[in-house]
Each structure stands twice: as structure tokens, then as C-alpha cells.
Design a protein around this ligand. Structure first.
Ligand code: GLU
Length: 473
């Protein structure tokens, strides 16, 4: 039987879940789902000065919002110190690691000497070679790196990358205060969690040869690696806050759909022919390391916005109606406890969703349906609400009071009758009505708008426009 795929996303909670981290999580998720494997979430919080509970919560919130549901965890490295100590001890017993009693001052002095002499700045392996080695336990524990030969990193994106062992340091795996170090905890956890594939950013590539020696020291089959190229801003520097919003939650708050962000993240560095729009199911089906580019990807906010618009168009009005409510509240278009009739809201949404690129835009464009009192665009008012249109508006108001049923098709018939009566084109009637009921010269089809607004609101708004003209003349 083939081994079961087990992958992990291992964020350090030193910030919010950002675009790059979310993409790493997504690739792990897709690979796990594609192979019927397990996706494990591991919080690498050993750096206690920079890790916070708030960031952990925020990372989980981002993952949940993107619907990257994990199968195991979240495990926290700070809960696992005993495990790391046991594993370090085991390496000492097997003579694959040793106690180092060199003091920090001593090490610093030798480092300076090496620098001055132009020698490589590495631990000089004094304790490894001294007679007293292995006699511990005191001091830090260092891993014994091979001094010669090479190590190949098998990478699913770049092929094999070879490193010289001579470049590798006898790194500390457990400090003298008993706390484990980064490269060691990663490997111990991967071994303990039986990880088969390590998918992470290529900023970790230089750690991989060291880690491979540690996996081997444990007699563990070295996992397969996929080092995913970085994400850059438009100016080709590493993506950061300078390039605008980089946290996943910020995109949620700006009105993006999780499926659009997932789609965009997948396309950042990965492709499947010319296809741009993917559902999560399609991503699970098509994902492959062979189609991840070897060079860095450039983050393009306009493209993300476009994709969001595409996913907005494809969403059901009912779903968008549900999602837009918090945005309507944020804009104070509805009160906190207020309930809008969802099926009514869904109909209003269906007239606008083609053009709204985000939920924020959708909420803005919905405002004329919902607001108690609309604002007129100044130019539109001057041009369309005046003595010339006064008579049309009165006729429309009076006719709408009688149209039965109050539905787009019947309303349209009534408009035709009014335009014939006045011997003008339909538009000459429709446009002033549009300004009177929406405040603007552009809106979805006016008959549908009137139907959705409802008789009472439509008549009330026409009445106000009529009064407005009277007051000015
Ligand atoms: N904790 C590391 C990070 O956040 C990831 C380590 C790994 O994936 O091996 O960059």
C-alpha cells in the first residue's frame, strides 16, 4: 500500500496570516485533499518574545475563513518541550549529538578571531573533539554534522539541489537552559507527526540540508520537499505592508470572498493551462507541483479584484445577501438588531451583483434600495428633476398607484402608455424616474428597480422629487 500523505502548515505566530503563509497553507491543503491524506496544523511558537495568543487566534480565524480545514492540531510547540528534550537525549546517547560547554563569551571571541582571519564563521567543534565530550550532561547540545561529502535536497519544484556538508555547522539543538532550537523542533515534529511532504516557502531552503541530516540521525525516511518561490510586490521586492494589505483578514474585511482569494492564491505561482477561474474542487483535482513556477510570483491586487468580481457573479444572490449584511451594518444602512427580509434582499442583490467587485461595493450599490432617504446626484437632479419632467413624474406616480400587480412587466406597460400620451421616447420618462427613485442616472433596469422598491417606497420617492421641483420653481 502506498504511504498516506501527511503534510503540515507550520506558521510562527509572529504576525497575522498573510498572503504568503496562506498560499503555503493552501498548497498543503490541496495536496492533502488530492491524495486523501492528512493536513496538520502546527503552531511554531517557540520564539516566546515574538509569538502572541492574538496572532494564533488570528491565524486560525484566517484559515477558517478560507475554509482550509485541518485534520489534526493545532499542535503547539511550546506544549512539546519534553518531547524535544527526549529526542535530543536520544541523539546524545547514540553519539549523534554532544554536550558543548563553551561559554557564549568564549564562542564570541573565537567567532571574532575567525572573522579577522578570514576563516568560515562556524563552531570550531572543540567540544566534539575534546576528550571530555559525551560526558555531560551540562551545557548546550549540539548536533554532529558530517564534515565531508554532500547532501542533496530532493525538491518537487526545482529538482535536486546539492549542498556541501562542509558548509554546515554543528548547530545547537537544545540550549543550555533546556529550550530547543528552530531547526530541531521542526524535524522532531515532522518525525513525530510522520510527515511525508514538506511544502513551505523557499526562504527555508538553506535550513533543509541541516534538517535532512537530523531526519537521518533519527532513522526517519526524509520527507519530500517542495520549496515554493516567494511572492513579490509590483516593484519586485518581497511582498510587505508597503505594497498594501497583506493579511488575509484584511481582505475579508474589505469585502473579498474566500473562494476568490483561494483562487488567486493558487494562481500565484501555479497554473493550469489558461484557466483563471477555479473552484476549490477544481484546484484539488488539478493541483500539481510540476506546474508551480521556479521563479518568484508577483502579487497583483487588480487581478485579485477582477477575480473577486468573477466569483461575485457566480455566487447565488441568496448567499451574497447573507454575506453583505455585515457590510450594510458597517455602513449604518441597517441597524445592528434589524432584520432585512432575505428573499427581498436577494432580489435586490441579483440586480447588482454583476457589477459589484466586492461585498463593500455591493453594499454601496444596494444603498438606494435600503436607505430611508436617498441623496440626489447634483447634476442628475438639475438635468432630470425639473419643470420639463414634472408632468411625467406626476403621471408615473399616479399610474403606479394603480398598477396591478406591482411587477416589472405591468410597470413597463404603464410606462409605454405614459410615453405615448406625451409623445416622447420611453427614455424621456424612465430617466427622470430613475433619478427620482435612485438619485443617480445609472441603475439596474428601472422596471425591476421599481418592483423591488415596492409601491409605497416608489410613490413616496416620486412624491418627494415632485415636491423638490415645486419648491425650486
Ligand atoms: N515556522 C516556519 C515559518 O513560519 C515554517 C517552518 C516549516 O514549514 O518548516 O516560516
Amino acid at each position: 500500500m502506498a504511504e498516506t500523505v501527511r503534510v503540515r502548515f507550520a506558521p510562527s505566530p509572529t504576525g497575522h496570516l498573510h498572503i504568503g503563509g496562506a498560499r503555503t497553507a493552501l498548497f498543503n491543503y490541496l495536496f492533502a485533499r488530492q491524495n486523501g491524506g492528512s493536513f496538520i496544523l502546527r503552531i511554531e511558537d517557540t520564539d516566546r518574545t515574538r509569538s502572541t495568543e492574538e496572532y494564533i487566534d488570528s491565524i486560525l480565524e484566517g484559515m477558517r475563513w478560507l475554509r482550509l480545514d485541518w485534520d489534526e492540531g493545532p499542535y503547539r510547540q511550546t506544549d512539546r518541550f519534553d518531547l524535544y528534550r527526549r529526542y535530543a537525549q536520544r541523539l546524545v546517547e547514540e553519539k549523534k549529538a554532544y554536550y558543548c560547554t563553551c561559554s557564549p563569551e568564549e564562542l564570541e571571541r573565537r567567532r571574532q578571531e575567525a572573522l579577522a582571519a578570514g576563516r568560515p564563521v562556524r563552531y570550531d567543534r572543540r567540544c566534539r573533539n575534546s576528550q571530555t565530550a559525551f560526558t555531560g550532561p551540562s551545557g548546550a547540545i549540539r548536533f554532529m554534522m558530517p564534515e565531508e561529502g554532500q547532501v542533496g535536497v530532493p525538491d518537487l519544484i526545482r529538482g535536486e539541489i546539492v549542498f556541501d556538508n562542509a558548509q554546515l555547522d554543528d548547530l545547537i539543538i537544545l540550549r543550555s537552559d533546556g529550550t530547543p532550537t528552530y531547526n530541531f523542533t521542526v524535524v522532531v515534529d515532522d518525525v513525530d507527526m510522520r510527515i511525508t511532504h514538506v511544502i513551505r516557502g523557499d526562504d527555508h531552503l538553506n535550513n533543509t540540508p541541516k534538517q535532512i541530516h537530523i531526519y537521518r540521525a533519527f532513522g526517519y525516511t526524509v520527507p519530500a520537499f517542495a520549496h515554493v518561490p516567494m511572492i513579490l510586490g509590483a516593484d519586485k521586492t518581497r511582498l510587505s505592508k508597503r505594497h498594501g494589505a497583506t493579511s488575509v483578514i484584511a481582505y475579508r474585511d474589505m469585502g473579498y470572498l474566500p473562494e476568490a482569494l483561494v483562487n488567486y492564491l493558487a494562481r500565484l505561482g501555479w497554473s493550469h493551462g489558461d484557466q483563471e477561474i477555479f473552484s476549490l474542487d477544481e484546484l484539488v483535482r488539478y493541483f500539481s507541483f510540476a506546474h508551480i513556477g521556479k521563479s518568484a510570483a508577483v502579487f497583483n491586487p487588480e487581478k485579485l479584484l477582477w477575480l473577486n468580481g468573477q466569483h461575485m457573479m457566480k455566487s447565488s444572490p441568496g448567499k451574497l445577501a447573507e454575506l453583505v449584511i455585515p457590510f450594510l451594518k458597517k455602513m449604518s444602512l441597517i441597524d445592528d438588531g434589524e432584520e432585512l427580509d432575505r428573499s427581498w434582499l436577494a432580489r435586490a442583490v441579483s440586480t447588482l451583483q454583476e457589477r459589484a467587485k466586492t461585498l463593500t461595493e455591493l453594499a454601496q450599490s444596494l444603498s438606494f434600495y435600503i436607505a430611508d432617504r436617498i441623496e440626489y446626484n447634483v447634476k442628475a437632479k438639475e438635468k432630470f428633476l425639473n419643470e420639463r419632467t414634472f408632468g411625467y413624474l406626476i403621471d408615473v406616480r399616479d399610474t403606479l398607484a394603480k398598477v396591478e400587480p406591482f411587477a416589472a412587466a405591468e410597470i413597463e406597460k404603464a410606462f409605454h402608455a405614459i410615453s405615448e400620451k406625451h409623445q416622447v421616447k420611453l427614455g424621456a420618462i424612465a430617466q427622470p424616474v430613475r433619478v427620482a427613485v435612485t438619485g443617480k442616472t445609472e441603475s439596474p433596469g428601472i422596471f425591476e428597480v421599481l418592483e423591488i422598491l415596492g409601491r409605497a417606497k416608489a410613490i413616496e420617492r416620486l412624491g418627494r422629487a415632485i415636491e423638490d421641483i415645486q419648491a425650486r420653481s
